[in-house]
Design a protein around this ligand. Structure first.
Ligand code: CUA
Length: 340
């Protein structure tokens, strides 16, 4: 019986080759340096062995040139590895704008995926081949880690915040998904599959049709159920700022700072509303911490995000509430539209 133990997992993403090249270089360097040092140890041990009982070693004359070489060469090699790895790291941890968005909630012990169109999956993620996919991930309980060896991507998923990772699958197929952070009894069972489909099959899968409408539509219903719309009126006359045209743009805060209204900011504004109050508004919003689940938070965020393409609140023409005018004027161009 022949057991096939591959040296490394299949290469199935655009990163795989680059990660393997770096890893292979480190591996080869380690072997070469280790081998050369070992051989030199033996060679010098023999060459400079003590030949007589009362032999006194000759004094060693230092060579600055030799010293410069053994300082300089490792320095250049180490810095080379550093810049090579850092370049790759920045590429992997900066998701591209045009990526397909998928939201991920981890919990003991499963992976839950929410697609913008409303598809939801557990322990399975369907993505198209040759398209960039960005995951925005959080967890309901402890720290987990999203790991797909064939894509060479791994990212910790941390409670209370969003971490992101992206990849571009290059080969259709079925790839293992693991949790790579010990998270309790069934950590080893917290596994799943990433299904990479050819474009037509992916379209067919998409048209399989989610029951409950898009993620943003679910979020909109929730937005009304929680009565968020009574304060966040779209015309900007409410006690809270209008959320139209806000997502992805800079927001002017009461404390003078500016933040980008990304997923993390919206999440924080729901769970800890007093942390970053929009300039011109009072810190009167109650917290929704504990009242909405991580999945519901993502639905609300998807809704707020869907409002990004709407022009900001109509400029308040004096009449209504004075003193509430300062909602940041969003640049109408460069909408962060990531629908596919
Ligand atoms: Cu989740 Cu280990």
């Amino acid at each position: 019986m022949q057991v096939d133990v591959p040296f490394s997992p299949e290469q199935a993403s655009s990163f795989a080759g680059e990660v393997d090249a770096l890893y292979g270089f480190l591996w080869a360097l380690t072997i070469v340096v280790g081998l050369v040092l070992t051989l030199l140890i033996f060679y010098f041990a023999v060459k400079y062995r003590r030949r007589e009982e009362d032999e006194i070693p000759r004094p060693v004359r230092a060579s600055h040139r030799l010293e410069a070489v053994w300082v300089g060469v490792p320095f250049v090699v180490a810095m080379g590895i550093f810049f090579w790895a850092a370049g790759l790291y920045f590429k992997m941890y900066r998701p591209p704008e045009e990526a397909i968005d998928v939201y991920v909630v981890a919990k003991q012990w499963m992976w839950k995926f929410q697609h913008l169109d409303g598809h939801r999956e557990i322990n399975e993620l369907h993505v198209p081949v040759g398209r960039k996919v960005k995951l925005t991930m959080t967890t309901e309980d402890v720290i987990h880690s999203f790991f797909v060896p064939a894509f060479r991507v791994k990212m910790d998923v941390v409670p209370g915040k969003y971490s992101t990772i992206w990849f571009e699958p290059t080969k259709a197929g079925r790839y293992h998904l693991f949790c790579a952070e010990y998270c309790g009894t069934s950590h080893s069972g917290m596994i799943g599959w990433v299904e990479v489909l050819e474009a037509p099959e992916y379209q067919a899968w998409l048209s399989g049709g989610p029951a409950g409408g898009s993620l943003a539509a679910t979020g909109e219903k929730l937005f009304q159920q929680l009565a968020c719309n009574t304060c966040h009126k779209s015309d900007g006359t409410g006690r809270g700022p209008s959320l139209e045209g806000v997502f992805g743009k800079p927001v002017q805060l009461a404390n003078g700072q500016r933040v980008i209204a990304d997923e993390g900011y919206v999440r924080e504004s729901i769970t800890n509303p007093k942390a970053k109050v929009v300039a011109g508004y009072d810190p009167i919003m109650p917290t929704f911490q504990g009242q909405v689940s991580e999945e519901q938070l993502l639905q609300l965020i998807a809704y707020v995000r869907s409002l990004a393409s709407i022009q900001g609140a109509a400029p308040q023409s004096g009449a209504s509430s004075p003193g509430r005018q300062q909602s940041p004027a969003p640049a109408p161009a460069q909408m962060k539209q990531q629908q596919q």
